[in-house]
Design a protein around this ligand. Structure first.
Ligand code: SF4
Length: 279
């Protein structure tokens, strides 16, 4: 059996940076540090952080008089003001690529453009971006929902960094019918795009494809959908223990890829388990 591990799989630049900032902030005095929502969508890493006194809060009040880490997804602008009022020290790990999207939203909102975000309205990154244009953005996830959009003279469109290029192109085509002037900022992250392309290429040539990552991680779910399109036998797992080994018995070539919040050690464990049990 041949095993192909996708290049660019695992932690992306933004997640690595957020983790580094978090580990750097941990002190020996055992002070609790808070993160605004789970730092990454990976239970194994989150449990490790809990052991080191890093706790996730959903409500900023819970971090009063303490240190709060902003994860790579970013936050709405007004949360920074609230943090000041609550005497919270912010460690900002907003990914610079996400910050760029937030700044575009703010700039074009101030220039009186209707901001459109292509992405999942419930995703924290999208909620955060919307908070940089006074929560006034139209958020579109599916073309079918665009009928509700009124015609607007000037629109500025940005993307949740993890959407697919296919989704971007389809929605942009429709958006052009809803405005006289469309300022397009394709803010899809290169890391995501590369990961998706490399994974698709591997999925096309293998008998089974393993996608590793948190079940709540949207970029992992997308990666899984892309792999499934090209390889019927694609599976999404979080850890090596979950590998259904019987599936691989008839396989000659197996591909492995992982979402942006999957640590390298989990990828290695999956490879090792396949090698140990099936080669
Ligand atoms: S996927 Fe891209 S935008 Fe998102 S955190 Fe990673 S590097 Fe930043």
């Amino acid at each position: 059996m041949n095993i192909y591990v996708a290049q660019n799989s695992g932690f992306c630049f933004g997640v690595k940076r957020a983790l580094k900032k978090t580990f750097d902030a941990i002190t020996e005095e055992e002070n609790v540090i808070f993160t605004f929502g789970p730092l990454i969508h990976n239970d194994q890493v989150i449990n490790r952080l809990k052991d080191l006194n890093v706790k996730s809060v959903e409500n900023i009040e819970e971090a009063k008089d303490s240190t709060l880490i902003i994860r790579s997804h970013g936050i709405p602008l007004d949360i920074y003001d609230k943090a000041k009022e609550l005497n919270i020290e912010i460690i900002d790990a907003t990914c610079p690529f996400v910050r760029r999207v937030q700044e575009i939203a703010r700039e074009y909102y101030n220039k009186s453009y209707q901001i459109v975000i292509i992405g999942n309205p419930k995703h924290p990154e999208v909620i955060g971006i919307n908070g940089w244009c006074h929560n006034s953005a139209y958020i579109v996830e599916k073309v079918s929902r665009m009928e509700e959009f009124p015609f607007t003279e000037k629109m500025c469109v940005v993307a949740q960094t993890t959407i697919t290029l296919e989704k971007w192109n389809t929605i942009i085509k429709e958006l052009n019918k809803k405005t006289n002037e469309l300022r397009e900022f394709n803010t899809i992250c290169l890391a995501t795009k590369q990961r998706q392309e490399v994974s698709a290429d591997i999925a096309k040539k293998v008998d089974a494809m393993v996608v590793i990552g948190g079940y709540h991680s949207s970029n992992t779910q997308k990666l899984f959908r892309i792999c499934k399109k090209y390889c019927e036998k694609s599976l999404h797992i979080e850890t090596a223990d979950e590998l259904p080994l019987e599936i691989f018995k008839e396989c000659k070539d197996v591909g492995i890829t992982a979402g942006a919040s999957t640590p390298a050690w989990i990828i290695k464990e999956v490879v090792k388990r396949i090698e140990r049990e099936l080669l």
